[in-house]
Ligand binder design. Structure first.
Ligand SMILES: *Cc1c(COP(=O)(O)O)cnc(C)c1O
Length: 356
């Protein structure tokens, strides 16, 4: 049976990415060797790294003066690397979810952290509005998409201090104005590649301003200078990321992706709002296009498991909400086709006919 993959991460990848990666694992670039057993310094792999960086810059229209690097350690290591490299004494954070909270917690190891606003009072179900960033902060950190609770900041905005964004779960889902950001990072396992590689986009002029010594591997400049080859990069995930970027380009790039993502999300949110069995969990204006969270109405709450079973029988997998939220979460990343969203909507209607 065809599976409809709604997992939040690691998550669905384009079939093209899987096919090309499988081929390269068998015989990489006609070398007669597997992608897994060839030197990262071979000309074939260096070409992969170079092309991945070039396509990354092209698809996001990254201006001059920025570097793109690929690292290990996940987005979680960036929670520490960002303050290690950028914080002199003080940084500001917007607390919009569990990942944002974790980033903020790590920053406290390096100096004073100002939480400019938080939506923790209502289980991170909205994006706080009307906050101000202290002008003496070394940077301001936001998490554009709240993967766990399903809210999203979809507008780039101007910021007087360098703006840093965790875009783990919505990178490449829409066009972004990179010039408004000083640094953007994310784990690749949500919208780009298998787990194991982390991307970082850095405006070069923000580096070199802190006094503290930084260990070599944790210093952005090391990886910029060595073009992500200071040590062995995660070769297979980088190769897979390149395939996803090629697929993205063939589909018309991020502007086209955004149109499809808006359609997919509207299809599901409309059904959540219409169907008397279900309800959304976050403020309507802050709804994420990538992670759509919903629960059963009070009256039907005992049927949660039964709905998941029905969904599973229809090939719909990965719909169980995060353990801290419960209910359901449908992740609708770039690679998820609209047919899969339609299959979920059909299952919700079928369940309504059984129960309502
Ligand atoms: C998944 C996720 C992370 C954690 O990523 P790791 O690569 O597992 O460290 C951080 N931030 C956001 C927004 C995420 O979705």
């Amino acid at each position: 049976m065809k599976k409809h993959n709604f997992y939040a991460g690691p998550s669905i990848l384009p079939q093209f990415t899987l096919d090309e990666t499988i081929k390269a694992i068998e015989n990489f670039a006609g070398t007669g060797l597997s992608l897994m057993e060839i030197s990262h310094r071979s000309k074939e792999f260096v070409a992969v790294m170079d092309e991945a960086v070039a396509l990354f810059k092209e698809l996001l229209s990254i201006p001059e003066g920025y570097s793109v690097i690929f690292l290990g350690g996940g987005a979680s290591l960036q929670f520490a690397m960002v303050p290690f490299n950028l914080m002199r004494s003080k940084a500001a954070y917007l607390n919009t979810g569990e990942w944002a909270s974790k980033a903020l917690k790590e920053a406290r190891f390096f100096g004073e952290v100002v939480e400019v606003a938080s939506s923790k009072d209502k289980m991170f179900s909205y994006i706080p509005k009307g906050w101000t960033v202290p002008e003496d902060a070394d940077y301001f950190h936001i998490t554009t998409n709240n993967t766990i609770y399903g809210t999203e900041i979809r507008q780039d905005f101007d910021c007087k201090v360098p703006l840093v964004a965790d875009m783990s779960s919505d990178i490449f889902s829409r066009p972004i104005d990179v010039s408004k950001y000083a640094l953007i990072y994310g784990g690749a396992q949500k919208n780009l590649a298998p787990a194991g590689v982390t991307f970082v986009i850095i405006r070069n002029d923000i580096l070199g301003k802190v006094e503290r010594p930084i260990p070599t591997m944790l210093k952005y400049q090391t990886h910029i200078d060595k073009e992500s080859m200071f040590n062995t990069p995660p070769c297979v995930p980088v190769f897979a990321a390149l395939q996803t970027l090629k697929w993205l380009k063939s589909k018309g790039g991020v502007a086209e992706m955004e149109k499809i993502n808006i359609k997919k999300a509207a299809l599901l949110y409309d059904e959540i709002d219409r169907n008397p069995l279900f309800k959304g969990t976050v403020a309507t204006e802050d709804r994420s296009l990538m992670n759509i969270c919903f629960v059963m109405e009070e009256k039907y709450i005992q049927f949660e498991k039964e709905f998941l079973d029905l969904a599973a029988a229809r090939g719909l997998v990965g719909l169980k909400g995060h353990r801290s939220v419960g209910g359901f979460r449908a992740s609708t990343y770039n690679a998820l086709p609209i047919e899969s969203v339609q299959a979920l909507v059909d299952a919700m209607k079928e369940f309504e006919n059984m129960k309502a």
